[in-house]
Design a protein around this ligand. Structure first.
Ligand code: BG6
Length: 488
């Protein structure tokens, strides 16, 4: 068995450390790995906040977030010990003077590796990197983790990257896409490359189409300012959906190391067919939610407001839903449509990939009508699992009557261990220096080029949002069908 890389003493410095993402994801992830004894070494966490405004209630919020995230038996002292590791440092501006308190604490542990975690708007990433460099806080053991979005266009993303790359080399940079840390997403690699059965039929010869859906019931919440700049296309498609598409479509990598996998993903991204004014009208749909009813997990119905009410504006072109039919112009995927769909305020929260296989070549059971093709349904969340829909004879008389029955693998039934959160795996990978699950800059640029072909063509054609009711499945199926996209 491969030996796991040992985690050596470390510091994590979280810029944006009192922000929502840090509270909801980063601290709990570190905590669970600590509680699970995966982190056994000495470590410190420094939470960088611009003002003292949030200092006072930070610890109580943090404590309750961590307590609420624990769904297993735990020694309560672990929580106390963990919280003691976290110290707030206020840094109002990116100047050598303001960084002095940080330098003072890091200098005391100069033999630790230091992870700088940038969880602020990406416009600040360049300034933070430059100031860290000027303060001599970056060394060969340092790493930097970048939260999305990295800019709002190819040009801004390149600009941010060029500033960061002056201070950190590519093998020190970890661009997070938390979808890659999800257990079920990692299972796509095992499903494809550890099962002889599938790999043989994994191409346009046997596959009719691929559907990737990430539906959410939440709205934009309090992220209106950010979302107005991103919309569903940049918030979800540019990263999460494209990464899923890459894992489904890439060639088997030579090895599992970061560059072998990233090289294969890059080839997929650079084979995506660009959109123009004609294809964008035919093969994309954008929508925006209006008020409606949402049913939550407890089956309680609640009325929710429209996107415009959520962001407090009278008008906005921002899309909260997008459906795209796209093609990968390469040998394996010639003429196989990939349907990508994502939206906020939809009827149900689920992320799913469906591989639709072609129909049988010759129908022996003509009297029973058409035989649908097999489908492999990969449910990423919730109710994680895999189903293979196959035609099965209905028992009893009446000739060869059949219907699709599924062979099921239910993750929760098959594995009883806790499924770690995506951030847990990703942060451990950063500590161990494993970059496979993080995006390389050229992957990002390639994704931008394709995304910009959509954005530019939307602009030129002035494509309007189709309004859809919150709590529905998004723009009506007639709109999707017109565009050859799929129904639920
Ligand atoms: C984030 C987006 O990257 O992913 C959010 O910014 C979205 O808008 C979230 O809600 C979805 O992640 P998950 O893990 O809940 O599917």
């Amino acid at each position: 068995m491969k030996k796991l890389i040992k985690i050596n003493p470390f510091n994590v410095v979280i810029f944006g450390g009192t922000g929502d993402l840090a509270l909801r994801k980063i601290y709990p992830a570190l905590f669970h790995r600590y509680a699970d004894n995966q982190i056994k070494c000495d470590f410190n966490i420094f939470s960088i906040a611009r003002t003292e405004k949030n200092n006072s209630n930070f610890y109580s919020k943090l404590k309750s977030t961590i307590i609420n995230s624990v769904d297993y038996d735990i020694d309560k002292n672990k929580i106390v010990d963990f919280l003691e590791k976290i110290k707030i440092i206020n840094i109002p501006k990116h100047t050598i003077t303001d960084y002095q308190p940080l330098k003072n604490v890091l200098d005391k542990t100069s033999d630790f590796q230091t992870i700088f975690y940038f969880s602020t708007p990406s416009a600040a990433f360049g300034d933070i990197s430059e100031t860290l460099e000027k303060c001599n806080l970056i060394n060969s053991r340092s790493k930097v983790v970048l939260e999305k979005p990295l800019g709002f266009s190819l040009a801004s993303s390149k600009e941010i990257n060029s500033k960061i790359s002056k201070c950190f080399s590519e093998n020190q940079i970890y661009r997070i896409d938390h979808y890659l840390g999800k257990e079920t997403v990692q299972n796509l690699m095992v499903l494809r490359f550890a099962n002889h059965l599938f790999e043989h039929s994994w191409s346009s010869q046997d596959i009719d189409s691929v559907q990737i859906t990430v539906a959410e019931t939440i709205g934009v919440e309090n992220r209106g300012n950010y979302y107005e700049q991103s919309g569903a296309l940049l918030d979800m498609v540019q990263n999460h959906l494209l990464q899923l598409l890459c894992l489904i479509a890439m060639e088997p990598p030579a090895k599992l190391d970061a560059n072998s996998v990233r090289n294969e993903k890059l080839k997929v991204l650079s084979s995506l067919r660009y959109f123009d004014e004609e294809s964008v009208l035919k093969d994309t749909v954008k929508g925006q939610y209006v008020g409606g009813k949402i049913i939550d997990n407890e089956n309680t119905e609640s009325l929710v407001s429209s996107y415009l009410e959520d962001i407090n504006k009278y008008e906005s072109d921002t899309e909260t839903f997008v459906a795209i039919k796209t093609f990968i112009d390469n040998w394996r995927w010639k003429d196989t449509p990939f349907y990508l769909r994502t939206g906020k305020r939809m009827k149900k929260r689920y992320s799913e990939i469906i591989i639709n296989f072609k129909k049988v070549r010759h129908n022996l059971f003509l009297s029973q009508g058409d035989i649908p093709g097999n489908a492999l349904v990969i449910r990423l969340q919730p109710e994680e699992g895999i189903q293979l829909l196959q035609m099965t004879k209905i028992p009893g008389p009446g000739g060869y009557r059949y219907k699709p029955i599924s062979l099921k693998l239910d993750y929760l039934d098959s594995f009883h261990e806790r499924l770690p959160e995506a951030y847990e795996r990703l942060i451990i990978d950063v500590l161990r220096g494993q970059q496979t699950l993080f995006m390389r800059q050229d992957e990002l640029e390639s994704a931008w080029l394709w995304i910009e072909s959509i954005k530019d063509s939307w602009k030129k054609t002035k494509l309007k949002n189709v309004l859809y009711e919150a709590g529905s499945w998004g723009p009506g199926n007639d709109v999707l069908e017109k565009n050859h996209a799929w129904t639920k």
